[in-house]
Structure formats: C-alpha cells, structure tokens
Design a protein around this ligand. Structure first.
Ligand SMILES: Cc1cc2nc3c(=O)[nH]c(=O)nc-3n(C[C@H](O)[C@H](O)[C@H](O)COP(=O)(O)OP(=O)(O)OC[C@H]3O[C@@H](n4cnc5c(N)ncnc54)[C@H](O)[C@@H]3O)c2cc1C
Length: 382
C-alpha cells in the first residue's frame, strides 16, 4: 500500500533571523490591537498594512527578482506566514495574490502578464479574489457553467460565481470559465482568466454570513468583456491549472493557526499557575499544535526540494482544520465563558468570533470529505 511520510526539519539560520525581523515589525504595526480583531487573521483586509509588508520585501518572497520578488526560500516564506498568522495580522489584501494568483501567473501566465502584475503584487498594491465556486458547483468544480464565449478581441462572459471572498474589495479575480462545452467531458473546455473586477457587466452582490458580516459575494457576469490578453495559459487547460492552484492553498500554517488567538488568550487568562484541568487541556492543544507545525513544515521542505507532497498536504489540511475547529469547543467547555460577538469582554468576543467562524474552516479550500477522498485515492484505497 502507498503511504505518506513526514520528516522532521530544522529551519535554516536565515529563516530564524527573518523571524526576529518579522516579529519586531508586527509588534510595531499591530500595537495593542485586541485579540478579537487579531482573531480575524487572514480574514482581516488592510491595504496600508499590505503595502508596508510589501515594502519590507515579504510578499513574493520566493519569486524571481526581475518580477519584483526576492529569490528567498520556501522555508523563509513559511516563517513570515507563521509569524503573521500567529500575531493575527490582517493579511487578506495581499494574501490570495501572494499565495496563489502570483504563483499561478509565474507558472502559466504570459511574460507580459508577469511583468504587469507580479511587481505590483509584490509591493502589496494589488488584491486578488478567487472566482471558482458557482451556485451548483463547489466540490464538483468541473461542473461550472459560467460561459466565456469567444468574440472579436476577447471573450463575452455570462454566469454567476458565488462565495467569492473579498471580491468587493479586490482589484482582480482569477476566474475559471467554460470556453467550450465538450459533451460528457466536463474537465475539458475550461480556461482561467484575469478579470478586472471593475469591468462593465460585472455585478458584485454581498452575501452576509452567519455572524452578520460581509466578506462573501455573489458575482454576476452579464455580457462582461474580458480581452484575449487576460486569459491565463492555454485555452482549455483550465482544469490542470486550477488543480495546481489549489495545491498552493493547502498545508500552510493558515490550516492550523486560525484559532490560535484563543489559545494565547486562554494561557493569559489562566496565568502561570493554572488548575490541573486547564493545564491538561492547554498542554494537549499545544502538543497537537507542535505536531501539526512539524507536519506542515515537512510539506514546505518537500516543496522546497521539488517534490510533490499532495497527499501529505491533504492530510495536514484535514487534521489541521479539525484542530482549529476543536479549539473554540475545548476552550468554551474549559473556561465557562459565553461566546459573545458584542461584549466588553475581549475574551468572550474572541471566543464568539471563533465559535461562529470555525464551521467554515473545514469548508474553505476544499471540504473535509473531499480531502479524505483525495487521501484515500493517494493511499490506493479507491
Ligand atoms: C469561508 C469560505 C470562503 C470561501 N471563499 C471562496 C472564494 O473566495 N472563492 C471560491 O470560488 N469559493 C470560495 N468558497 C467556496 C468553497 O470552495 C466551497 O464552499 C466548497 O468547495 C464546497 O462547495 P459547496 O459549498 O458548493 O458544497 P457542496 O460541494 O455542495 O458540498 C456539500 C456537502 O457535500 C459533501 N460532498 C460533496 N461532494 C462530495 C463527494 N464527492 N464525496 C463526499 N462528500 C461530498 C461536501 O463535503 C459537503 O459536506 C469559500 C467557502 C468558505 C466556507
């Protein structure tokens, strides 16, 4: 039977030096921001913060210098992300572009697209959204129906995307459209496009989530024109590209650190001499955290070595998001504090935010059931 493996890995000294710099920067940039704000972490959108991160050279860290990157290692990038997320920094205005849209353009974009977009992304000036899901196509992404029909000089787009995080705040979206209908072959005829969100014919409508916040959107395309030079990669190669893009999305520290503010606040609340119950609960969480971190780092090391750790990445996302979801439940039971979104008590607000958002942790980026299908296939079980 095929199996997966995780190897322990030591971070290079350059990465630890960088960690100190990032910590100092975050200490000043975030100041005494309260924990319920920090709990938003990669949900927080702040263009000014992203520009500051870009000015420090921490976006596009691994990209070639000729495109505004910094040619540093994947492990150094890991440390930057880890510190940002552990501090609850509002990374959303550069996060998607740094993690997946930029790498996608590096790999499949034209030279003109790389020169036009990558340096601005690396400066923290461009925010990107992901236009994949549609009303009847989530897990079964290949069934999307939004059509991009070839017309003179470009494509005419009609259809609807849904759950598009921050589309209303973003400059561009990398969208997956159907450029050709191939009967009985839904994975064929798909293509990716760079879409300017201000294009006439695009209507971005808010979807309010269960906590009453607006970060999702429905994006409706009605005869929206997308020029030829905004297609990313070959026409019809969209499925292969999109699965590569999804691989950039899994296994990073964002898949186990989403509830970390609550752990930090709990440790602060119980103080240096916690009761036995608190010590056991916190010790257990921290042990899991340390193990997940090693697993996630191991995947980063394999990526750095040019390997293809898709199976290991799926395991980290499945186990990591389960851990992120367990934290609010465990701490709610331990502390006996009622979760409250509107409260003068920062602890109750942090708990309230995470209790309401935790269900989404195992949905975003591919659901738990779908990941387990990938793991089973990787192990040769289906
Ligand atoms: C916080 C958040 C942010 C998001 N941001 C974006 C975004 O920016 N852009 C974007 O394009 N999308 C985004 N999404 C959408 C996300 O990718 C989808 O919600 C996800 O892929 C699931 O699709 P669905 O909601 O249509 O559920 P469905 O695919 O309808 O699934 C419903 C249930 O059926 C299960 N299921 C489906 N197929 C199988 C199968 N083959 N085997 C076993 N079980 C199965 C699923 O696991 C799930 O439990 C976001 C979602 C969340 C929660």
């Amino acid at each position: 039977m095929t199996t997966f493996h995780f190897e322990l890995l030591d971070l290079p000294p350059a990465a630890e030096t960088l960690r100190t710099e990032v910590r100092e920067f975050l200490g000043k940039a975030l100041g005494d921001q309260p924990s319920h704000e920090r709990a938003r972490s990669w949900g927080g959108f702040d263009r000014e913060f992203s520009r500051k991160v870009g000015a420090r050279g921490w976006i596009g860290l691994t990209w070639p210098k000729k495109y505004g990157g910094h040619e540093r290692s994947a492990l150094e990038r890991y440390v930057v992300l880890e510190e940002m997320l552990a501090a609850g920094a509002p990374v959303s205005a550069h996060w998607i572009a740094d993690r997946q849209s930029g790498p996608l353009l590096l790999r499949f974009g034209t030279e003109a697209q790389r020169e036009r977009f990558l340096p601005r992304i690396a400066r923290g000036e461009l925010a990107f959204a992901i236009g994949m899901s549609e009303p009847d196509s989530g897990s079964d992404l290949a069934s999307i129906r939004t059509r991009a029909e070839k017309v003179d000089g470009g494509y005419r787009v009609n259809g609807t995307k849904v759950w598009t995080s921050n589309a209303h705040l973003s400059d561009y979206m990398i969208a997956l459209f159907r450029t050709r209908v191939v009967p009985d072959k839904k994975h064929e005829g798909l293509s990716q496009f760079l879409v300017d969100t201000k294009t006439p014919g695009i209507n971005i409508r808010p979807i309010v989530d269960l906590s009453g916040e607006h970060h999702f959107n429905e994006v409706v395309f009605e005869d929206a024109f997308v020029p030829d030079d905004m297609r990313v990669g070959e026409e019809g190669a969209g499925w292969k590209q999109v699965t590569t893009e999804l691989a950039f999305e899994r296994s990073g520290p964002e898949r186990y650190l989403s509830s970390i503010q609550l752990v930090i606040e709990t440790i602060r609340e119980v103080g240096k001499e916690p009761g036995e119950r608190a010590a056991v609960a916190i010790g257990r969480l921290v042990a899991h955290l340390a193990t997940l971190r090693q697993m996630s780092l191991s995947v980063a090391g394999m990526l750095e070595a040019g390997q293809n750790p898709n199976l290991e990445a799926a395991v980290v996302k499945d186990v990591g998001t389960g851990f992120e979801q367990e934290i609010p439940e465990t701490i709610h039971a331990l502390m006996g504090v009622e979760p409250r979104l509107e409260s003068g008590d920062a602890f109750a607000r942090t708990l309230g935010y995470l209790v309401e958002h935790a269900p989404s942790f195992s949905l975003r980026g591919g659901t738990r059931e779908v990941l387990r299908g990938i793991i089973a296939r990787g192990l040769g079980l289906r």
